[in-house]
Design a protein around this ligand. Structure first.
Ligand SMILES: *Cc1c(COP(=O)(O)O)cnc(C)c1O
Ligand code: SF4
Length: 366
């Protein structure tokens, strides 16, 4: 296949990422030099390695927030008893390979298990970089979706759906376009941050060509990820009428301070990206070094309300094991003390306000 010019850029940029142990050792990135080759090989066997070229200079300057996300460390080989192979129970609600149907009106479809960078905290690390999709799994997924008219939204996740070449994405869009009950196609992607040149005019055209409402949930964890190229990619999406929301993971030493979190969230809004979910890290094996105590996570998020614009505030989310689903964590106290009588915590000064809200049905006052 001959690539035209803009199309060619992203393939070239992807090829520049560091994905072999030799190259990693050669590039001499700080955290890696202390690891033996055999350790790196062991780590790679759990989750492949790929450091995005776009952050290499910053990583070499010891930018912890970027280095810790992409550079493998020995901690990944330490497993704790509460950590799970399938931390959110993807397989429990999987009617056909690559598809998870946990919530009635939407399915998660993984058309690929490859990513443009491998995040060391990846919660799907036993699938990502190991499993493969093929024509048969695609056929089965499209068939299931078309047979289930309660499905309103298809979430393309993975892996990263945007590492797929245009002809494959076009095929997915064409298949979904044929299904009348599908109104929304949402893409979960890290690409605008780690491979921004992938957001080409051709890509936009093929997404819009589906005729469905396209939403993008971009995965970004620190303000430094909003490079000029990333800002450009996000603008392209916004200017083409594709709403973008932010999904971040709350990560130790990466965004677990109030300053780092506020900087991330405000930079997102400045880029027309609405913070949607802030995930407490799932209990994936070998990821303990990324978790902070839940109590601290709640306090951090609580500190945002009443301080920064509501536009910048995401919902803190825990995704329960065994497919029990996502739950929003309420940071502020809210207790029904007695029938319709509530005690609520003020985000301004922390005081507890007691307040009666109306009962139902209500008799008219004469
Ligand atoms: C996270 C997830 C979704 C999306 O949930 P939203 O709350 O709509 O963002 C859908 N399906 C599965 C299986 C998921 O894990
Ligand atoms: S982009 Fe997502 S799926 Fe891919 S390695 Fe990172 S967290 Fe995992």
């Amino acid at each position: 296949m001959k690539l035209n010019q803009t199309e060619g850029h992203w393939h070239r940029d992807l090829a520049k990422s560091i994905s072999s142990i030799d190259k990693l050792i050669q590039e001499d990135v700080a955290a890696c030099e202390k690891l033996e080759r055999s350790e790196l090989e062991k780590i790679k066997s759990h989750l492949d390695i790929r450091v995005p070229a776009t952050f290499l200079d910053e990583i070499k300057k010891n930018n912890t927030a970027l280095a810790k996300q992409f550079i493998p460390t020995r901690s990944e080989l330490i497993f704790f008893p509460e950590e799970l192979e399938d931390p959110i129970g993807d397989h429990i609600f999987s009617p056909v390979p690559g598809l998870t149907h946990r919530y009635p009106d939407r399915v998660l479809f993984k058309p690929t298990y490859t990513c443009a960078s491998y995040c060391r905290f990846c919660f799907r690390r036993t699938q990502v970089s190991h499993q493969k999709s093929n024509a048969e799994t695609y056929r089965a997924a499209f068939h299931y979706i078309s047979e289930h008219s309660e499905i309103w939204e298809v979430i393309l996740s993975g892996g990263d759906p945007l590492v797929l070449p245009d002809p494959i994405l076009e095929q997915i869009m064409t298949e979904l376009a044929k299904i009348p009950h599908i109104k929304i196609i949402r893409l979960h992607t890290r690409i605008p941050s780690v491979l921004p040149t992938r957001i080409t005019p051709q890509l936009i055209a093929l997404l819009k060509g589906s005729g469905k409402s396209i939403w993008v949930a971009v995965h970004i964890n620190c303000a430094e990820e909003f490079t000029p190229a990333c800002t450009q990619a996000l603008s392209t999406l916004a200017e083409n009428g594709i709403p973008v929301v932010l999904q971040s993971v709350l990560l130790k030493d990466i965004n677990d301070s109030e300053d780092a979190l506020i900087s991330l969230l405000k930079t997102a809004v400045e880029n027309r990206v609405k913070p949607y979910y802030l995930h407490y890290p799932d209990l994936a094996r070998g990821t303990e070094h990324f978790r902070i105590p839940l109590k601290k996570a709640i306090a951090l998020v609580k500190g945002l309300r009443g301080k920064i614009s509501g536009l910048s505030i995401p919902q803190l989310i825990i995704d329960l094991p065994e497919g029990k689903g996502k739950i929003p964590v309420n940071a502020h106290k809210m207790v029904e003390v007695s029938e319709n009588f509530w005690e609520l915590e003020s985000p301004i000064d922390g005081s507890l306000i007691q307040i009666r809200y109306p009962q139902e049905p209500r008799k008219e006052q004469k």
